[in-house]
Design a protein around this ligand. Structure first.
Ligand code: ADP
Ligand code: MG
Length: 460
């Protein structure tokens, strides 16, 4: 073995434990373990990997992290290169230097991954703990319908939202409820990342039959963060997912998918898969309004057995708008502060504690004009009529819908909306808004229509 090779091995052995900490046991086992350092010369660190799939995973998902760690260690501006060498086998002594996982649960993770076990449901993620409001009413109703009738009514159920808005919570609540109400059904929850890691291991270890037995015979399959599969180039994981999905849905097994984007925005190569994902029901979760954020905080505080004055909850809810996970983090930080210092909580203390929480949502804010233009297109109704004085029936309904959407999707006041709609009075606007709002609660078709229009507008 040449000098450079042993130095590269030395480096790799040093960097492995750090990487393992960062990527977690499953990814470590599936991806990093499969790589072997073969050379480090002229600022290029070369890893050999057994197949193209591992190469892509390494480069695309973890390349930046690996490079950064190596650069840190060597204080050199090195580059990472990966080569596929079919017979790549990592020397054992290298891997042994990566320490065993520290926590008992990490150890369990390793065992369960070996037998393709899936992640247990989080006991806190139940329907009881889920606050229902306009931002999630539709997805919540769809989830309940799936619980009543798994595999029959909405299949697949596709839930999407930005991060931290309750996809995992809702999906697992559905899992808990099915387990309670249909005891004979096997419910399996897996993150797409875990699914892919297990798949790689299965390919590597010739255990595909076992892997397929694991996933193709479940009654209810909950797949979280599907965008992970979409983000990986290369067909293996996507195809395996597609076949699993097809097998299950052909047998009337329920599939529930969570994603950070709607199906049509998933960069999956297979158009068939994308359209299959849209064939059931697609429901999105949106940022809750401030009252809902307060309600979620109240629920959370109650669950944790802590009492926080209402004005403080309101303050937090106003401060953190766009991510419930971040909002809960802020609450916990405030709780920790108050229990440590035992001093009275007041707004200026709270303000200091959560000063570093970024506030406003960065998403594109829709304008009244954009909304009304969309409604005009969708209902084939001229924009001038929507904002004009005409009172005929065929214009009244699209106008009410437009008003409803303006109120739901923007922060404009009733009078702002009123002046946009040709100087209408704020009570007229409120009337239109309530009218559509009532229909949304009473009529599933209207709920569906509004949900669809909102989703389309947000993707605008
Ligand atoms: P996502 O999967 O969309 O990133 P999570 O399901 O992990 O989001 O939710 C983030 C946090 O917010 C969790 O602690 C969850 O319990 C909480 N949460 C989200 N939506 C609600 C809700 N409607 N009611 C109560 N808690 C919620
Ligand atoms: Mg999630």
């Amino acid at each position: 073995m040449s000098e450079t090779v042993s130095f590269s091995q030395e480096l790799w052995a040093t960097v492995l434990p750090i990487l393992k900490e960062r990527v977690g046991q499953a990814t470590f086992d599936a991806v990093l373990k499969a790589a072997v350092p073969v050379d480090y010369a002229d600022g290029v660190f070369v890893l050999s990997v057994p197949n193209d799939f591992v190469r892509r995973m390494l480069e695309e998902r973890h390349g930046a992290l690996i490079t950064a760690c190596l650069q840190e260690l060597t204080a050199e501006n090195l580059e990472l290169e990966t080569r596929v060498v079919a017979a790549t086998k990592p020397p054992l002594e290298l891997l042994e230097r990566a320490p065993a996982p520290a926590s008992p649960t990490a150890h369990l993770g390793r065992q369960s991954y070996d037998s393709f076990d899936t992640t247990p449901l989080n006991p806190r993620y139940t329907f009881d703990n889920f606050v229902v409001a306009d931002c999630n009413r539709f997805a919540h109703a769809a989830a309940l319908q799936v619980v009543r009738n798994p595999g029959r009514s909405y299949n697949p159920l596709f839930i999407h939202s930005k991060a931290g808005l309750g996809k995992t919570h809702l999906m697992q609540a559905l899992g808990h409820a099915i387990r309670e109400q249909h005891r004979n059904l096997e419910v399996v929850y897996v993150s797409a990342e875990n699914f892919v890691n297990q798949l790689i291991s299965a390919i590597r270890d010739n255990r595909m039959a076992e892997f397929r037995r694991r996933y193709r015979h479940v009654d209810v399959w909950l797949v979280d963060d599907i965008q992970f599969i979409a983000a990986i180039e290369g067909p293996a994981s996507e195809e395996e997912f597609f076949h699993t999905f097809n097998t299950l849905s052909m047998n009337d097994k329920q599939v529930v998918i969570a994603s950070d984007a709607p199906p049509r925005q998933l960069q999956m190569m297979n158009d068939r898969l994308r359209s299959r994902l849209e064939m059931g029901i697609v429901a999105d979760l949106r940022c809750p309004d401030v009252e809902t954020r307060v309600a979620i905080l109240e629920k959370k505080a109650e669950a944790e057995g802590i009492v926080i004055p209402r004005d403080i909850l309101e303050y937090l809810a106003k401060k953190v708008e766009s991510n419930i996970r971040v909002l809960e983090g802020a609450l916990l930080k405030v709780c920790a502060h108050s229990s440590l210092n035992q001093g009275p909580l007041n707004l200026s203390v709270v303000d200091e504690i959560v000063a570093d929480y970024s506030t406003s949502a960065t998403e594109h804010r829709l304008t009244l004009k954009e909304i009304v233009e969309y409604v005009s297109e969708r209902f084939h109704c001229p924009l001038v009529d929507l904002v004009g004085p005409k009172r005929s029936k065929d214009i009244a309904w699209p106008r009410q819908v437009a008003v409803y959407l303006c109120r739901e999707l923007t922060d404009n006041s009733l009078s702002d909306i009123g002046s946009f709609f040709g100087g209408r009075d704020h009570s007229t606007i409120l009337y239109a808004y309530n009218k559509v709002g009532d229909l949304v609660t009473a009529d599933e078709k209207i709920l569906w229509l509004m949900n669809d229009m909102k989703a389309a507008l947000r993707d605008h």
